[in-house]
Write a protein that binds this ligand. Structure first.
Ligand code: NOJ
Length: 763
């Protein structure tokens, strides 16, 4: 026994060090390897590893003599941003591992945000599926395709909680809720990274934008954030933490300031919280020129801000070159230490090690894979199926939807035959010519059973300036030949001869995403006028709505009989929309974010506090209560809302006990009957309210959800196991714990319409 005792501590150590969700590459072997390598590195070479330039104009076969090639040879590059194609990446990697002194491979990162060449719905749409498995599958396919094309690292998921639909980047996240956001974040990370990061078909994920980027004042991009720590910890930080706990290998600092210190220079954020409290052991990179922007924030010159960022915990400088051009000087002047540079360099090298790049720098550069694994029919089929699960049926009066495949169908609108706008923002690898339009999807779906008549009907926007700023990837959208009135006339003529009108309208892809904040979030341009004209034909009108954010839809909700919100559905949007419009698939998406009645209500979110003067239910106004004179406090469509072609009836909520103590488990069950005539899926949502606390608590908080498929006429019981873990929150002292007392447990098909029961839970 004695002679083996030395093995025990070593084994224990090996087990103890776990790579947050990843199987452990031999940590000690890695450390030794990197120690040896770093012993050989000059200070300049170490600083070079901290530099992530843009890829410039690389021509396959000529990298060696290109500007970037020369810099790689000088040891000034740690990785490259947004370089596309396996041939180019192979070529660049060859320079790094064959023509540099230490042969350190490069990392290749890209914004693979919602799919690669096979594009899935925008992230806000994916979140609307409330389906963890499907979201993970979309990320898995994205990783499979991107790694086949040379990419080993993606700048995704974006997990910024957003409660302000004016902010264009709300499209890139999972909406307003910390619990849903955390579930979505985990699914993305698992999908991208798989179980083994060193495999050639998994890629490292990057959680962004750390932190609170979605809370920009006024919904204006890059704007200031000022927030209490209690709100941060309870309502905004959980999805970042969930992604990190799921093993995300890197974190991107955000552009915004937080309480006076920009995230990229924020030591509390990037070191104390991220590493100290959360135990993150990957690397931190800035957002695009994030360090340089610290100068605009007013923190000093480039040398000062670069040192600030490094000392705060940034390891990699995206594009700005502040690290490369100033860190040596700061080191010589004693403003940064050798240990801090070593630490950052080590983190970058460790990431490369975990990706298996030191074993085989061409691991992600298999030209055959690029030919056979990208944009396959199977991936397109998966994208189509996933897209159908993300659409949210907002209204369906008199069963206007689904429509039948018969007679004459008018397909009207600026997005009905618009290939470039199907994929949505941030689809860097999409090939637009592969995207399926709604017109094509409809024609394929009806075959000879019905006739489809198309008219554009309107521009997306009529203002040339706005068209230039938000056009279809540089292409003008405004019709050069016809005025808005002429377009409308044509459409009305088409609609008048048909049995039903499907209006495909909304925002262009570039009206949401980065740098696309809007202060007026109604249907753009003259689309509303077109809708009015179509309604006047007396034909039933269905609105198929493209959007990257909640829009103000009061008028549409009042006047249009059926509204199907399809976000931006990705490469196969046209087919997926046809699947749902014609009833092959019954919609089951639920809103991950509240749709307000008007912009003045913003921020409007379901998990708000009660105030000391709450308005009673179904009330509009009462003097000296918390309300508006000119609009009720209600949203147009609440968080979690979404209809189905069938109807679901919820029983009362049953609790297996109503007095609990300590770590017991409460079982809350509810029966859901499919009381309509179509089979369909319902997302059953669990909310909890903590009635009395040491600090104020939200009126309800999402704590669980299950998506269940129920055949017409059948009933299913859904049970949630609730433990004290679900009651915990960060109290005023930021201690994470639960407090004994009374709780209201709620379940239902959206955040507004719930069945509830009360429970008393003591410590
Ligand atoms: C800026 C964006 O904010 C970020 O999300 C993205 O990953 C980088 N640009 C790189 O393209």
């Amino acid at each position: 026994m004695k002679k083996y005792s030395f093995l025990f501590p070593a084994l224990l150590l090996a087990f103890a060090i776990t790579l947050q969700g990843q199987p452990m590459p031999d940590e000690i072997k890695m450390k030794n390897f990197i120690n040896e390598l770093m012993d050989k590195m000059t200070l300049e070479e170490k600083i070079g590893q901290l530099n992530l330039p843009g890829s410039g104009d690389i021509v396959t076969g000529q990298t060696s003599n290109s500007n970037i090639g020369l810099r790689i040879k000088e040891g000034q590059v740690g990785g490259l941003l947004n370089l596309k194609s396996v041939e180019k990446i192979r070529d660049v990697q060859r320079v790094a591992v064959e023509e540099t002194r230490l042969k350190i491979p490069l990392m290749f990162g890209m914004d693979v945000i919602h799919g690669y060449q096979t594009t899935f719905p925008i992230p806000l749409g994916l979140a609307a599926s409330w389906d963890r498995t499907l979201i993970e599958k979309s990320a898995r396919i994205a990783a499979q395709e991107a790694t086949a094309d040379g990419i080993c690292w993606t700048f995704s998921p974006m997990v910024d909680i957003a409660r302000d639909p004016r902010w264009g980047r709300i499209a890139e996240g999972a909406g307003e809720d910390a619990y849903l956001g955390s579930e979505v974040a985990k699914a993305f990370v698992h999908g991208y990274q798989g179980k083994d990061l060193s495999k050639n078909n998994t890629m490292m994920s990057c959680v962004k934008h750390f932190a609170l980027y979605g809370a920009a004042e006024g919904g204006r991009d890059y704007n200031t954030v000022d927030m209490s720590f209690q709100r941060m910890y309870n309502e905004y930080l959980p999805p970042y933490k969930a992604a990190i706990d799921a093993g995300a290998g890197s974190v991107m600092s955000s552009f915004n300031e937080i309480n006076g210190i920009p995230a990229t220079a924020n030591k509390w954020l990037l070191t104390d919280l991220l590493r100290g409290e959360w135990g993150f052991n990957g690397f931190v990179l800035t957002d695009f020129t994030g360090i340089n922007e610290l100068m605009e924030h007013g923190l000093g010159d480039l040398q000062t801000v670069s040192a600030l960022a490094l000392n705060a915990g940034v390891d990699l400088d995206m594009v700005g070159e502040g690290f490369l051009s100033t860190l040596k000087k700061s080191f010589d002047e004693g403003k940064i230490s050798q240990a801090t540079i070593d630490q950052a360099c080590r983190r970058i090298l460790e990431a490369k090690y975990k990706l298996g790049l030191f074993d085989d720098p061409y691991r992600y550069c298999d030209v055959n894979r690029a030919k056979t694994e990208i944009a396959t029919p199977e991936n397109f089929q998966a994208a189509r199926e996933i897209a159908t699960q993300t659409f949210v049926l907002l209204k369906n009066e008199k069963e206007t939807l689904p429509i039948q495949k018969k007679g004459k169908i008018a397909l009207i609108g600026p997005l009905a035959d618009n290939r470039k706008n199907m994929a949505g923002m941030w689809s860097v690898a999409v090939k637009h010519d592969q995207s399926v339009t709604v017109l094509e999807g409809f024609k394929e779906a009806v075959g000879k059973k019905a006739e489809i008549f198309y008219a554009k009907g309107s521009n997306i926007v009529d203002d040339p300036k706005l068209d230039e700023w938000t056009g279809s990837w540089g292409e003008p959208g405004i019709d050069p030949d016809r005025t808005p009135a002429q377009l409308r006339e044509e459409a009305v003529a088409v609609a008048s001869k048909c049995d039903v009108v499907v209006a495909v309208m909304g925002e262009s892809a570039e009206m949401s995403g980065e740098s696309s904040s809007r202060s007026d979030i109604s249907l753009p341009g003259s689309q509303r006028v077109l809708l009015e004209a179509l309604l006047q034909t007396g034909k039933p009108v269905v609105l198929v709505l493209f959007t990257g954010r909640p829009l103000i839809l009061n008028w549409e909700n009042e006047n249009i009989p059926a509204i199907l919100n399809v976000w931006f559905g990705g490469s196969t949007a046209g087919q997926a929309i046809a699947d749902v419009v014609f009833g092959t698939v019954n919609p089951s998406g639920k809103l991950p974010v509240t749709f307000p009645q008007n912009v003045g209500q913003i921020p409007l979110y379901y998990n708000h506090k009660n105030t000391g003067r709450p308005l009673g239910e179904d009330e509009w106004f009462a003097k000296f209560l918390s309300n508006y004179l000119d609009v009720t406090n209600d949203p147009l469509y609440p968080f979690g809302y979404g209809l189905s072609y069938t109807s679901f009836t919820f029983s009362d909520l049953k609790l297996d006990q109503n007095k609990l103590t300590g770590n017991q488990t409460l079982k809350a069950s509810i029966d859901i009957t499919n009381s309509g005539k179509y089979d369909g899926a319902e997302v059953v949502q669990l909310y909890i309210r903590d009635l009395v606390g040491s600090m104020t608590r939200p009126v309800k908080e999402l704590k669980g959800f299950q998506k269940v498929f129920i055949k017409a006429g059948e009933t299913k019981t859904v049970t949630f196991d609730i433990t004290p873990e679900d009651l915990k929150f960060y109290n005023y002292d930021l201690k994470y714990d639960w407090e004994a007392g009374d709780f209201v447990i709620m379940a239902g098909g959206n955040s507004r319409d719930v069945k509830s029961a009360q429970v008393n839970w003591l410590k």
